[in-house]
Design a protein around this ligand. Structure first.
Ligand code: HEC
Length: 273
C-alpha cells in the first residue's frame, strides 16, 4: 500500500511539478525563440515593429519628439493634483507610486480578486473623497496612468501567481486568451501566437509576449488607448461583443497576459500606429 502511495505521489510530482504559469510562459518563449531566431525576447517589447526595420526607424524618430508630449504634461498635472482629502496619489499608493507598475495586476487574497493598477487608483480615489473613474476613460484614468506608469520605466514585469485563488484567476485569463470568439471565430492566441510576425491586412501581428509592458499607447499621434481598451478593440475586430474595461474577465485576462511579459522592462508611454 505504502509503495503504491509513494509511486502515485512520484507520478503526480513528475506530472505536475512543471505544470502551471511558468510552464505556460516558457512554452510561448520557446516557441517564439524558434520561430524568430533573429529576435531576442527583449525585442518583443516593440511589438510588430521588431518585424519591420522601416517602421522601427520611423518609430524611433517619432519617439525623439513625441507628438503626445502635451498629453504627458496634462498627465503629470493630473497626477500632482490633490484629491478632495488634500492627499495626493503619491501619498496613497505603495512606494509613492514609483517602480510599482510591474507588480500589477496583483492577486489580492483578502479581496479574493485581481487588482489592476487602475483598480488601485480607484481605491485611492474612493478613500479620499472622490468618485471612481471608468477604467477605460482616456481623459481621466487613461491620462493619469500615463504619468503613473512612466514612474516605473525600466522596472521589469514581475507578476506573481501564488495560492489557489491566484491560480484560478490566472487560469480564467488563460481561458479567455485561448478561446475562439466572434463571427471570425478567433482567439487572442490565433493572432498573437500562431500568426505573430505575419501580416493581417495592412498590419503585422505582434507577439503576445511583450504586449503588456508599454501602456497606455498613443495611437496615430495623441489618441490615448489603455491596455484593456485594446482588448475591447481586438474583441470587436473579430465581431465579438467586448466586455467593458475593468470587468473581472478582462482583469483576469490582463493578469495572465501580463504574466507572459515577466522579466521584460516597462516603458510608458509609446507611439503606435
Ligand atoms: C484577428 C486577429 C486578432 C485577434 C483575434 C486579436 N488581436 Fe490583438 N491585435 C490585432 C492587430 C491587427 C493588432 C495591431 C497590430 C499589432 O500590434 O499586433 C493588435 C494589437 C494588439 C495589442 C497591441 C500591441 C501593441 O504593442 O501595441 C494588444 C495588447 C493585443 N492586440 C491584445 C490582444 C488580446 C489580449 C486579444 C484577445 C482578447 C487579441 N489581441 C485578439 C489582431 C488581433
Amino acid at each position: 500500500m505504502n509503495r503504491l502511495f509513494t509511486a502515485l505521489t512520484l507520478l503526480m510530482v513528475t506530472l505536475f511539478a512543471h505544470a502551471g504559469p511558468e510552464q505556460d510562459r516558457m512554452k510561448l518563449v520557446t516557441r517564439f525563440l524558434s520561430a524568430y531566431p533573429d529576435l531576442k525576447p527583449a525585442d518583443y517589447v516593440r511589438g510588430s515593429l521588431s518585424f519591420d526595420p522601416d517602421s522601427l526607424a520611423q518609430y524611433n524618430s517619432i519617439m525623439e519628439f513625441p507628438p503626445f508630449s502635451a498629453e504627458l504634461d496634462k498627465s503629470e498635472k493630473l497626477w500632482k493634483t490633490p484629491l478632495k482629502s488634500g492627499r495626493t496619489y503619491a501619498d496613497c499608493l505603495p512606494n509613492g507610486g514609483r517602480m510599482i507598475a510591474g507588480n500589477y495586476p496583483m492577486f489580492d487574497n483578502a479581496k479574493a480578486r485581481v487588482v489592476t493598477l487602475e483598480g488601485l487608483i480607484n481605491e485611492c480615489r474612493l478613500a479620499n473623497g472622490e468618485e471612481a473613474w471608468a477604467f477605460g476613460d482616456p481623459d481621466s484614468m487613461g491620462l493619469l496612468t500615463a504619468h503613473l506608469r512612466s514612474l516605473s520605466n525600466g522596472m521589469k514585469m514581475n507578476i506573481k501567481v501564488e495560492g489557489e485563488g491566484a491560480l484560478k484567476a490566472f487560469e480564467d485569463g488563460k481561458k479567455t486568451f485561448y478561446s475562439r470568439v466572434g463571427q471570425l471565430n478567433a482567439s487572442c492566441a490565433n493572432c498573437h501566437v500562431d500568426n505573430a510576425g505575419n501580416r493581417l491586412r495592412s498590419e503585422i501581428l505582434s507577439p503576445a509576449i511583450g504586449q503588456a509592458v508599454h501602456w497606455p499607447v498613443f495611437r496615430g499621434g495623441d489618441q490615448l488607448v489603455t491596455l484593456q481598451k485594446r482588448y475591447e478593440s481586438c474583441h470587436r475586430d473579430v465581431r465579438h461583443v467586448p466586455d467593458k474595461a475593468g470587468s473581472t474577465r478582462y482583469d483576469n485576462l490582463e493578469y495572465f497576459h501580463s504574466y507572459l511579459s515577466n522579466g521584460l522592462p516597462l516603458q510608458s508611454s509609446v507611439f503606435r500606429k
